[in-house]
Design a protein around this ligand. Structure first.
Ligand code: APR
Length: 231
């Protein structure tokens, strides 16, 4: 079976990574949308760096680990009983740490930087600032987080569309269904003839579009679903 899985912030919530639109969705009084735009970076790059530096440091402080949902998705891919395309809106590396062999990070990766001058992408585990120097071109004040901000084009859209066009099953896990284009994948999948399943803590903006919705914690429901798929 061809399976396309889309994950969102909810799959990492039980690992201690805050979701975007939950009760802790504000950051020092700023709405996430206000620090995650190209305009915000132009207006106040230090503030935007500070926001991502904080999230990066938290991801690396040793308290955040992949949970049973990340590990179950890795198991599903590694068993090779199905062809799995894992698409994540998350910028954390918990799918990789959980053992997933391939992840399409459509909104980029927190542990990478990108040079706005030479476009080179590099591993980044340190704080970024206006004084950071690009290892590829030597430029100063030209590095940004390798993440997709509101108003920017997500990555891998062609690969994702191709995978959805041949999907037998589309599964969305832990995403509020509010941010496009990811929120539209379920309709694309239905149009392509796939069965669609949502696994989320509560009803989402897109719940009505899915053939089936399961409500509960990803850490409980995802391993159960993977068990069903590999029985
Ligand atoms: N298990 C399953 N679902 C959960 C859990 C959990 N333990 N905890 C929370 N959820 C659900 C919430 O009910 C919510 O519907 O996960 C969803 C998280 O929604 P958002 O915070 O909006 O995250 P997401 O959908 O990934 O956001 C999409 O928006 O801000 C941008 O680029 C950012 O990738 C992000 C995009």
């Amino acid at each position: 079976m061809n399976i396309v899985i889309l994950t969102g912030a909810g799959i990492s919530a039980e690992s201690g990574v805050p979701t975007f639109r939950g009760p802790d969705g504000l950051w020092e009084g700023h709405r996430v949308e206000d620090v995650a735009t190209p305009e915000a970076f132009e207006r106040d790059p230090q503030l935007v760096h500070q926001f991502y530096n904080g999230r990066r440091a938290k991801l690396l402080d040793g308290t955040i680990h992949p949970n049973p949902a990340h590990k179950a998705l890795a198991r599903l891919a590694m068993l090779r009983a199905h062809r799995v395309t894992l698409v994540s809106q998350n910028i954390d590396d918990l799918h990789e740490r959980g053992g997933s062999p391939a992840v399409l990070h459509m909104h980029g990766e927190l542990l990478k930087s990108r040079c706005t001058e030479c476009e080179s992408v590099a591993v980044c585990r340190e704080d970024l600032s206006r004084a950071s120097i690009c290892g590829a071109c030597g430029g100063i004040d030209c590095l940004r987080p390798h993440v997709v901000w509101f108003g920017e084009m997500p990555f891998f859209l062609d690969e994702i569309a191709a995978a959805i066009s041949t999907a037998d099953l589309f599964v969305a896990i832990g995403t509020s269904g509010l941010v496009y284009p990811a929120a539209g994948f379920v309709s694309l999948a239905r149009d392509a003839g796939a069965r669609t399943l949502e696994i989320n803590l509560e009803a989402s903006a897109a719940s009505g579009v899915f053939h089936e919705s399961r409500r509960g914690k990803a850490g409980d429901l995802v391993p159960e679903w993977v068990e069903e798929m590999t029985r």
